[in-house]
Design a protein around this ligand. Structure first.
Ligand code: ATP
Ligand code: MG
Length: 352
């Protein structure tokens, strides 16, 4: 197949880790006979420096035409002056909104060779394979905000349509996995959560008879996620709960450098990025872990291009590199560990 992939390296380690993922995509494309075309564009601080805007029109237009977008990370101390009018993160929020990406997927599957990197006891982590689906465009983050001299408020609002579409997406994903969905809310207190629970119950009952649905209150979910993470398959929740739970879930896998993500909408174009940030402290030194971005490229193959075998091939190559203890310094004992390029080369070798 032919595919147009827009690459947004961004800031900090973004250019290093996206370069690694592009190499892997090119290699898997060649192996399976696909013609992937890569178009590099500016976003974040790099875009502010070059154009004054965190998301230039030209970048957005390219993303809207593309089949998929691969992003590194945005931000860094150079652009973090709180008085600044434009900030790198605005570019990310703007592109998510413009592409209508309402479902953020974060799979967490700790690799046996990297269990020691997690603060959780290894025996609790064996066999963990879960996927958090976070609603990305609604809720309290986007509600009306008000400030008075002695008070402030943030409105939390969800429409039936917003809940339906993300619950449907979670159910479809669960259908390709173990068929279990845990919907997380705070229905004992919040009206938006009562609506969330009603809609989730109806969507699963009417449209997904083969899916088992369980409801969980967000506070107890936070506890269970650490106490019995193996019991979860797909977890679907609203924007802020998802924000908090996905950071918590990332600790199950140990390093930020291992965790990919996908942000999807109704259209085919999705945005794929590692969950970590631009890591300015290690940028430009060939020490960043490229695996999270390479695994994000695997999600791109799966969700935007529909290339499941190719996606698995990339995931197996990363597994193989980890099996051979090809660890970057975030995974290796102090002072050891290979560089970004060496880790990428190990993945490319596994692809052969
Ligand atoms: P953001 O606000 O952009 O999400 P952050 O403040 O969460 O950024 P990160 O940039 O994710 O921070 O970095 C957090 C720490 O993890 C840093 O010490 C960084 O060096 C480290 N880190 C992040 N990504 C990687 C990676 N791919 N490989 C190795 N270390 C990483
Ligand atoms: Mg962060």
């Amino acid at each position: 197949m032919q595919a147009e992939i827009v690459v947004l390296p961004g800031d900090g380690i973004g250019p290093e880790v996206t370069a690694a993922a592009v190499q892997v995509l090119a290699a898997v494309g060649q192996r399976y006979g696909h013609a992937f075309r890569f178009e590099e564009k500016l976003i974040g601080g790099a875009a502010i420096d070059a154009t004054g805007e965190p998301l230039p029109m030209d970048t957005l237009a390219a993303a809207q035409r593309a089949d998929a977008v691969l992003l590194g990370a945005v931000g860094g101390p150079k652009w973090s002056d709180p008085k600044a009018k434009v900030r790198p993160e605005q570019g990310l929020l703007a592109i998510r909104k413009a592409l209508g990406l309402y479902a953020n997927l974060r799979p967490v599957k700790p690799h046996p060779a990297a269990l020691g990197a997690s603060p959780i006891k290894p025996h609790l982590l064996t066999g963990v394979d879960l996927l958090v689906v976070r609603e990305l465009t609604g809720g309290i983050y986007f509600g009306q905000k008000q400030r008075r001299a002695d008070a402030a408020s943030d409105l939390c609002e969800y429409t039936v349509t917003e809940i339906e579409r993300v619950v449907r997406r979670a159910c479809v994903l669960a259908g390709g996995r173990r068929g279990h969905v845990t919907s997380v809310d705070k229905a004992n207190v919040l009206e938006t959560s009562r609506l969330w629970r009603e809609v989730a119950t109806r969507v699963v009952r009417d449209e997904f008879p083969d899916i088992t649905l369980e409801h969980q209150l967000v506070d107890s979910m936070a506890m269970h996620l650490l106490a019995k993470p193996r019991e979860y398959d797909v977890i679907v929740t609203e924007n802020m709960f998802g924000d908090i739970l996905t950071d918590e879930a990332s600790m199950l896998a140990g390093s930020l450098g291992l965790l990919p993500s996908a942000s999807l909408g109704e259209g085919r174009v999705g945005l794929y990025e590692p969950i970590h940030g631009s890591a300015p402290d290690i940028a430009g030194r060939d020490i960043a872990n490229p695996y999270a971005t390479i695994l994000s490229a695997a999600m791109l193959l799966r969700h935007s291009l529909g290339l499941e075998s190719e996606a698995r091939c990339v995931e197996k190559a990363v597994d193989g590199a980890l099996d051979h203890a090809v660890f970057t310094s975030d995974l290796a004992p102090a002072g050891r560990g290979v560089g970004t390029r060496a880790a990428t080369a190990a993945v490319l070798e596994q692809l052969q």
